[in-house]
Design a protein around this ligand. Sequence first.
Ligand SMILES: CC(C)(COP(=O)(O)OP(=O)(O)OC[C@H]1O[C@@H](n2cnc3c(N)ncnc32)[C@H](O)[C@@H]1OP(=O)(O)O)[C@@H](O)C(=O)NCCC(=O)NCCS
Length: 189
Amino acid sequence: MLSRLISCNLFSSCLLEFDLADDLKTGDVVMRCTTPANAKMLSEIINCIVNEQEYTTMRVISEDEERSYLESLSEREAVFIAEAGGKIIGMQSIDSPYKWSDKMEHVGKMGTLELKDYRRQGLGKKMAEKTLSFAKLCTYEKIVTFVLADNVSVLRFYKSLGFKRVGTWKKQAKLWGEYKDDILMEIFL
Ligand SMILES: CC(C)(COP(=O)(O)OP(=O)(O)OC[C@H]1O[C@@H](n2cnc3c(N)ncnc32)[C@H](O)[C@@H]1OP(=O)(O)O)[C@@H](O)C(=O)NCCC(=O)NCCS
C-alpha cells in the first residue's frame, strides 16, 4: 500500500497536509493516489472507456500523454485509483480547470471512469468520499463536472453525490458525426 504525504502549500499562507496512508479499503478494493508510474495502466483503462464510444469525449491517448498529464499535476490536483488484485479498475480525478486564473482557484473539476465489470457496486461513491475530502483540504469551495446529456448513469451518479445541474452547453460535443449537449453540474463543499 502506497503511503504518500501530499502537502498543499496554498496561497503561500497556509500549509495543509493530507496523509494518504489511511488508504480506504472496500472489500478487496484498495484506493490510493496514483503516480506517473501508473501511466500505462491508466491509459489502457481510459482507452477501454473511449472505445465503448458512449461515455466520454476523450480520444484514445498514449501512455506518454497520460504520463505528461500526471507529471503536470500540482499539489492541489490528484488522480485516485481503485485497485483489485493489482489491477486498476477505476479512477477519479480532481484538477483545476482554471490554472491560469487567480480568481477561480476555489473551483475544481472532477472526473470518474470505471471499467465496465465494476460499475454500480458502490465504487464510484466510495472513491468520491476520498476525492471530495481531498478537494476540501485543498481549499476548493466548489467542484464542477461536465456530463454528456444522454449519459444517464453518470448524471444520476453525480446527482447521488449531491451535484446539481446548472446548465447546458448545446452541441458541445460531436460523437461519430452526431452533436451532443453537455450538462454542467456543480457541488459546493
Ligand atoms: C458513472 C460511474 C462513474 C458511476 O460509478 P459507479 O461505481 O457505477 O456508481 P455507484 O455504484 O457508486 O453508484 C452510486 C449511485 O449513482 C447512481 N448510479 C450509478 N450508476 C447508475 C446507473 N447505471 N443507473 C442509474 N443510477 C446509477 C445511483 O444513484 C447509485 O446509487 P444506488 O446504487 O444506491 O442506487 C461509472 O458507472 C462509470 O465509470 N461509467 C462509465 C464512464 C463514465 O461515463 N464516466 C463519466 C464520464 S463524464
